[in-house]
Design a protein around this ligand. Structure first.
Ligand code: HEC
Ligand code: HEC
Length: 402
């Protein structure tokens, strides 16, 4: 089947110990940026201690789980980056730079058109979601990825693509497919598929079933009260974290799911023991509040009434989901394209918990609604709601407030 499937298989055959410790050296967290447990946490979140959350942040940002086996040994992306990815190109494919670790004034001194600068940034551990080991001759000897690659952004406070980390803000500029397609190890037909996805999207099953219906990179914030993760409610947060770490990132850990016919084992398992801390950190990520002045309060108030009447049966209480009561929705019920759901265990979509909507356009699993107005137009048509133009704009104001 797909080359990538062989990669996963191969990765499971060789149980090579990667010196993960060497890659995660020198990450410090200052008191000011220490993550805090979500204020509104349920009992589970409360059991998650501050120490566990801090460790979870480290895992989320910097842990590769030994996935250098995929990104370096198999895909050889370390060589491509070293040879031909200058910072301007890196920013263009959506990679982000963490300004907190840059020495003052450095950006004025360096050549943003030189791949050597990218190597220097990697050496400083400044590229969000990438972990590199750089030798004394400035060669990248190991390159791996972390959860932050797809699920963190920066606030652009220095320049577009460079600023302070925003964990949980999905990177909708990131062209993961284009980055993978840089690998010299992939045949042209696979590269064409990877290049077809575009920014902000990734198909987390392409290397399993060979089909391609890419998903929007979702925000992992605001999920503390949510039982099942993913657009199709595959399982709880640690189930999905393990799936991604092992089958997508190439992490050296264990994952098995009979429904999907996947059973990957590594010894030692570099994933499983990190899942509780990782979950604690994700649960601590609250949905970002809308910027001050961005919502018309009176409109949102009226919109809430419309929402309670037409949407809350599934989107329980606005930010919740009827999936917490075990419900799922066939694609046609909400007018969704069913191609992705058909590839999953449950063949249906979970009602997406509505959180930080102002922050992460476009919407729905496939990004088929560019704006919140498009979301409302979609429902008005598909569910024959007969909403007036005013009701629709009120509803948009309410959605912006969530
Ligand atoms: C290559 C990009 C990529 C990487 C790396 C990645 N993810 Fe994801 N993640 C996705 C995509 C795409 C989805 C959407 C899958 C779905 O919902 O069906 C997703 C979904 C999720 C969700 C579910 C969100 C929701 O709305 O329920 C969580 C939580 C999550 N990822 C956490 C993680 C963690 C933790 C890691 C590191 C172990 C990680 N992801 C690594 C792309 C990525
Ligand atoms: C029958 C259940 C149901 C009803 C009623 C419903 N939704 Fe949804 N909603 C869903 C499902 C299922 C999804 C996930 C669809 C997908 O991603 O393909 C979803 C997704 C969304 C999203 C996308 C969130 C994101 O982060 O991408 C928004 C916004 C939304 N709904 C708003 C509304 C509004 C507004 C209404 C009322 C007009 C409404 N929904 C009514 C089930 C429902």
């Amino acid at each position: 089947m797909a080359i990538e499937r062989r990669l996963v298989k191969a990765a499971s055959v060789f149980s090579v110990v990667i010196a993960a410790t060497a890659l995660t050296a020198c990450h410090t967290t200052t008191a000011a940026e220490s993550p805090r447990p979500a204020a509104t946490g349920e009992s589970l979140a409360r059991q998650e201690s501050a120490a566990q959350i801090t460790e979870g942040q480290r895992v989320f940002r910097f842990e590769t789980f030994g996935d250098e086996k995929l990104w370096t040994d198999t895909l050889h992306l370390n060589e491509v980056v070293e040879k031909s990815v200058d910072p301007t190109t890196a920013l263009k494919v959506g990679l982000k730079v963490d300004s907190d670790v840059l020495p003052a004034g450095i950006l004025q001194k360096v050549d943003l058109k030189s791949p050597a600068t990218t190597v220097a940034l990697l050496k400083m551990n400044a590229v969000v979601g990438l972990q590199a080991t750089v030798d004394a001759n400035n060669h990248i000897t190991r390159l791996g990825v972390t959860c932050a690659l797809c699920h963190s952004n920066v606030d652009n406070s220095v320049m577009a693509g460079i600023g302070k980390r925003k964990d949980g803000w999905p990177n909708r500029d990131l062209n993961v497919g284009a980055i993978i397609a840089l690998s010299p190890a992939l045949p042209a037909d696979k590269k064409a598929v990877y290049n077809s996805w575009g920014p902000g999207k990734y198909d987390p099953r392409y290397n399993q079933d060979g089909k391609s219906t890419p998903l929007m990179l979702p925000p992992p914030y605001g999920l503390a009260q949510i039982k099942n993760e993913t657009y199709t409610a595959e399982g709880p947060i640690s189930y999905w974290n393990a799936y991604v770490a092992v089958t997508q990132m190439g992490g050296q850990g264990n994952f098995s799911d009979k429904r999907l016919g996947i059973d990957v084992k590594h010894s030692p398992d570099l994933v499983t023991s990190k899942l509780p801390a990782l979950r604690a950190y994700q649960h601590s990520l609250a949905a970002p509040a809308p910027p001050a002045g961005s919502v018309d309060a009176a409109g949102a108030q009226r919109g809430r009434t419309v929402f309670d009447r037409t949407c809350a049966s599934c989107h329980v209480g606005g930010s919740g989901t009827d999936n917490n009561d075990g419900k799922l929705h066939p694609p046609a019920e909400t007018g969704m394209d069913g191609a992705y759901a058909a590839r999953t265990a449950n063949k249906a979509y979970r009602t997406t918990p509505l959180r930080g909507l102002w922050q992460h356009a476009p919407y729905f699993h496939d990004g088929s609604a560019a704006t919140l107005a498009d979301v409302v137009t979609h429902y008005n048509r598909v569910r024959k709601l007969g909403l007036t133009a005013e009701q629709q704009s009120d509803l948009v104001e309410y959605l912006k407030s969530l």
